[in-house]
Design a binder for this molecule. Structure first.
Ligand code: SER
Length: 340
């Protein structure tokens, strides 16, 4: 018998770190095997069963994984974020789309071997939205999942298409085959807003001004914010992001009215983020130096998203609002890191 495991790709990213820490605290979870091109930070190494260093584009490596393990759930986190992707759009497409197809195919094969669907949990993003101008953004308010899905970034296009692929592999895979090809995979996605962790920093995203501002202030470094003071998109504290992934993963399929859900917590302007950071770190030296092209990406993302469906279907409710995210999680945890 192959041991049952949870597979996490892109595990060394900041969502991966948070997820591994959280899974390690949950009783009765299968052990975690991670796949990351960079290996795994040694601080969380003891929390996982095995680390595979490798590429999600390496299909031979993915085959060895299904030979060795019975994978019950995949958290497919590996991706190139929005800013990085614009410097190499075709490379981003390979990782973000072909990598996801490889994992979905592996999950399908695994589902057939098990006779039961493999859960495939996918972080999508507010980058799937594309609002044409600031007036439309202001008028749109909290956008629903099926509105304004005309992304302007390669990353947004990739995430939106992968959502469709997930639906296809779940409900329609090889629909013309002579024999019933089910069970398919059981794909579920959350569209994350910008994420802010007290413990890690994102790499290559466009919502990075929020965590960068905060961590620079905590470290006593100057910060040039690359968006205008009035830039506004939704954000979430990392523990809520992890709880969204785990809650969606554990919800019975019959309660899901859709497979892709908005989730959000708070949506401050850059100036409000700056104020709350300055209040915590009075010596913070933050200036605005908008990068017009990164600003344009942020301007194309909604000021808020409507997460009614997640609240209704699987009881989504963030633990932190803006004040408590900073007051109870970010500031004390960062302070502890600096003094601990
Ligand atoms: N945080 C991501 C980015 O900025 C959005 O999902 O690319």
């Amino acid at each position: 018998m192959r041991p049952q495991i949870i597979l996490i790709t892109g595990a060394n990213g900041e969502v991966g770190h948070g997820l591994i820490r959280q899974l390690a605290e949950q009783p009765d979870m299968p052990p975690v095997v991670v796949l990351d091109i960079r290996g795994l930070d040694e601080r969380i190494h003891p929390l996982v069963y095995e680390t595979k260093i490798g590429d999600i584009l390496d299909t031979a490596l993915l085959e060895t994984l299904i030979n060795e393990y019975e994978i019950v759930t995949i958290f497919h986190l590996a991706a190139l974020l929005s800013t990085h992707s614009e410097f190499n759009p075709e490379g981003a497409h390979r990782v973000n789309v072909q990598g996801t197809v490889n994992l979905l195919h592996m999950a399908t094969q695994q589902s057939r071997l098990r006779g039961e669907a493999v859960k495939f949990i996918f972080p999508s993003s507010i980058a799937v939205y594309g609002l044409p101008d600031l007036a439309t953004k202001a008028a749109a308010g909290a956008v629903k999942e099926d509105e304004y899905t005309q992304p302007t970034t390669m990353y947004g296009c990739n995430k939106l298409y992968c959502e469709h692929l997930g639906r296809y592999y779940t409900f329609h895979y090889q629909q013309l085959a002579a024999t019933n090809p089910l069970p398919g995979v059981d794909f579920r996605a959350v569209r994350f807003p910008g994420l802010i962790s007290a413990l890690t920093m994102p790499t290559g995203g466009t919502s990075d001004y929020a965590p960068e501002m905060l961590h620079a202030a905590a470290a006593g470094k100057d910060y040039d914010c690359f968006v205008r003071e009035d830039a506004r998109i939704p954000f979430m504290a990392m523990p809520d992001a992890i709880s969204a992934l785990l809650t969606l993963a554990s919800t019975p399929a019959e309660r899901l009215s859709r497979r892709v859900y908005n989730v959000t917590s708070f949506n401050p302007s850059a100036a409000e983020l700056c104020d709350i950071t300055r209040a915590a770190f009075p010596k913070a030296n933050i200036h605005y130096a908008p990068h017009l092209k990164r600003q344009a990406i942020v301007d194309s993302w909604p000021a808020d998203v409507d997460d009614t469906a997640a609240r209704r279907d699987w009881g989504w409710k963030p633990a932190y609002d803006l004040q408590t995210a900073f007051g109870d999680y970010l500031i004390p945890t960062i302070a502890q890191q600096h003094h601990g």
